[in-house]
Design a binder for this molecule. Structure first.
Ligand code: SOE
Length: 377
């Protein structure tokens, strides 16, 4: 096994920064069998790519992702592009024998996702999708508690992801960041962008989702398109709500919108089990709220656990107990787990195949919103 893992990153937006920060810092905190090297960043505009490379410490720049894939000195490709490019790049990267770290959601739809899974599995290359919230220590701790059976039988799962950044009708669709409003680039709106996070966490914590019933709304029907300068129809979902049943018999509700004035990134979930309940809120990401019915009666109540102790997931790698870490650290943890997974032969998730399950739920949700019927995943 080589002592280094050379990364070639394609795209350099908000996620490009989050991933680069993780690559640059992971070896400072985690003792890993490989040193992660920021080898090349790839984007169409050479000047901008060079400025990004200089800022984050990439050794070189490419302007054509196909050239990046031809390079022998690149071990792993990070796909940080809009969603409509994931499939083509991932399949080519797999054929070139590169490991792949792909931004979420995996693909535009299930059909694309299936092709991507087949490509990485045929090539036998390690692969992972950036569902970063799994690795916020309080969320990983929730998983530990559930796996230990602390909650007992689960009855309810509730999740929200609320934002308010697209309320203005003057905001165009298309272009940097705003490609998220253009269905041709994003595939869907909040379903693929935000609910996909909630669904990934939910499947990880609570198992398979069987069937869904959903509704979506597009509040602003037309926006100027950055590429054409013309007012064009908006076809993404601005808001999506769905109910579902998990295979374990629990019932769930999910809500996501970019029209919840006052909320910037309010990702919350709550799980109610037979013995205990847990709650988590991204705005207070170190805390896990825990209620256990088995506590002594007169002491029973919600505990607010500050998940910063050495025996909490990942926290022994950081500072001393009680000191917090941030949003960006979830990405650092993902890189650490990915590298350890390569060495141990036990791949870190979510792999493309795991992320395909989330994609299936997203597609079922969008289909149900169209048909108005309960839809099997
Ligand atoms: C924008 O809606 C966004 O940046 C998403 O694309 C991310 O996946 C989410 O984590 C925060 O919001």
């Amino acid at each position: 096994m080589s002592k280094t893992l050379n990364i070639g990153m394609i795209g350099y937006g908000f996620m490009g920064r989050a991933h680069s920060n993780a690559y640059a810092n992971v070896n400072h905190y985690f003792d890993l069998p490989q040193k992660v090297v920021l080898k090349a960043v790839c984007a169409r505009d050479r000047e901008k790519a060079q400025a990004f490379a200089d800022k984050w410490g990439y050794e070189s720049v490419e302007t054509d992702w196909k050239k990046l894939l031809e390079r022998k000195d690149i071990d792993a490709v990070d796909i940080c592009t809009p969603n409509n490019l994931h499939k083509e790049i991932a399949i080519a990267a797999a054929k070139a024998g590169k490991m792949i770290l792909c931004e979420k959601p995996l693909a535009m739809n299930v059909a694309e996702g299936e092709e991507m899974c087949e490509a990485v599995e045929k090539a036998g290359v390690p692969n992972i999708v950036w569902y970063n919230y799994r690795r916020i220590p309080a969320v990983s701790f929730a998983k530990q508690l559930i796996d230990e059976g602390k909650l007992g039988r689960v009855f309810h799962y509730r999740a929200n992801f609320l934002q308010d950044w697209t309320i203005s009708a003057d905001l165009p669709q298309g272009g940097a960041g705003l490609w998220r409003l253009d269905a041709a680039a994003a595939g869907s709106g909040v379903t693929g962008d935000l609910l996909a996070h909630c669904i990934d966490t939910a499947i990880w914590l609570n198992g398979k989702i069987n069937d869904v019933t959903a509704m979506t709304e597009t509040f602003i029907k037309e926006r100027t398109h950055t590429a054409t300068g013309k007012v064009e129809k908006v076809t993404i979902d601005d808001a999506c709500l769905f109910l579902c049943r998990f295979a374990n018999g629990s019932l769930a509700q999910f809500e996501s919108t970019r029209y919840a004035r006052g909320h910037k990134a309010l990702y919350t979930f709550e799980i109610n089990g037979e013995h205990a309940s847990i709650k988590w809120d991204l705005h207070d990401l170190h805390r896990l709220q825990y209620f256990d019915h088995r506590d002594q009666g007169n002491l029973r109540g919600w505990r607010s656990i500050h998940v910063t102790d050495g025996d909490h997931p990942y926290m022994s790698k950081w500072w001393v107990p009680g000191l917090s870490i941030g949003y960006e650290c979830g990405f650092v943890h993902q890189v650490a787990d990915f590298v350890e997974g390569i060495a141990s032969g036990k791949p870190a998730g979510p792999t493309f195949r795991d992320a395909l399950e989330t994609q299936k739920v997203c597609d079922a949700v969008l289909n149900s919103a169209k048909s108005g019927a309960w839809t099997k995943v």
